[in-house]
Design a protein around this ligand. Sequence first.
Ligand code: B12
Ligand code: SF4
Length: 286
Amino acid sequence: MRVLLVYCNSMLENALPIGVSQLVSCLKEAGISVDLFDTTFYRYGRKSATENRIEALQFPPCPLNFKGGNMEEDFRAKIENFQPHLIGISVVEPTFLLGMRLLESARELLTKNNIRVAMGGVHAILAPQTADGRDLVDYVCISEGEQAFVELCKMLEKGKDVSGINGFWVRRNGTWEKNRKAPLTDINKLPLMDFTLFGESYLNKPMMGRLYRTISIETTRGCPYHCSYCGDYSLKKLFKGEGSWYRKKENQKNLCLFFEGGFMVQEKVHAKNRGGTEGLYKDIQS
Ligand code: B12
Ligand code: SF4
């Protein structure tokens, strides 16, 4: 089973994404072959937020890491080379249309090769109905993906009927079969996030006119606060009754990351033994 994850991201927004990186490691752990297509470094729109901020004099100029090439052409090439059975696109609200644009650009390939598409991410959870009329999307993930997506992949691999699968809306004859949510993820039982499919360009994040070496770590899932304008607040309400949406990592060993050829060369640094987040910070500096 080959799964192509597609990280639909705003231009140059190069913080390593926790959700997709966690899915990569969960899929790998389940023996599923996984690759990534990432929109981050393509200039597919007019201006990135970084350029706007520089223009508005919010911060001084800094190098912009755009790569060349045409996003849609490269997406099709990736499909042709990797030949996925399933594509998993990850979207938030402002990147949903970007995801749809990519799928449309590969319509012929997807149809000809009968490649299924699953859509996930905060937007899929909060607004699954936006997949109405998007006939290239077969499954919409209405839950966290660690268990649900792996389950979907395994069932598809075995040729099983996925119509009742928890955590997904499933397209059947043009209408949605709306299944139950999947149980919340136990974030203390996850394999380490896998950043290896993301390139070196993620390591240098422009902030205030300088490039800083950055990584993403997850110490909690969900937020303890309740700002009414925030997606996290809506997620908390949506998952009420399913357990606590706000979860903490009990020990910090799952903070640790591996990035081949990057600055975090040790695969299983025990951050706690090294002084928790501060220790991790020192590691990054050295
Ligand atoms: C960290 C963070 C960032 C980081 C990293 C983003 C990332 N993609 O990881 C940075 C700084 C880069 C960022 C940028 C942006 N962010 Co932000 N970000 C967050 C934050 C604080 C946490 C997200 C997180 O890591 N959650 C934990 C992980 C595990 O969850 P997850 O990513 O949703 O992934 C899980 C599921 O959704 C699912 N899943 C995800 N992808 C897929 C794919 C498939 C196929 C399947 C089946 C399942 C699946 O499985 C994952 C594991 O369980 C949230 C607010 C919050 N407190 O939740 C906002 C939030 C997600 N961001 C938001 C926005 C708007 C943005 C930007 C568009 C801002 C901008 N204008 O550029 C960009 C878009 C970047 C992008 N493509 O996501 C909104 C989204 C609103 C919405 N309704 O969609 C949120 C909710 C905040 C808010 N304003 O309300 N963000
Ligand atoms: S904006 Fe969202 S993530 Fe930030 S403190 Fe408020 S509820 Fe938490």
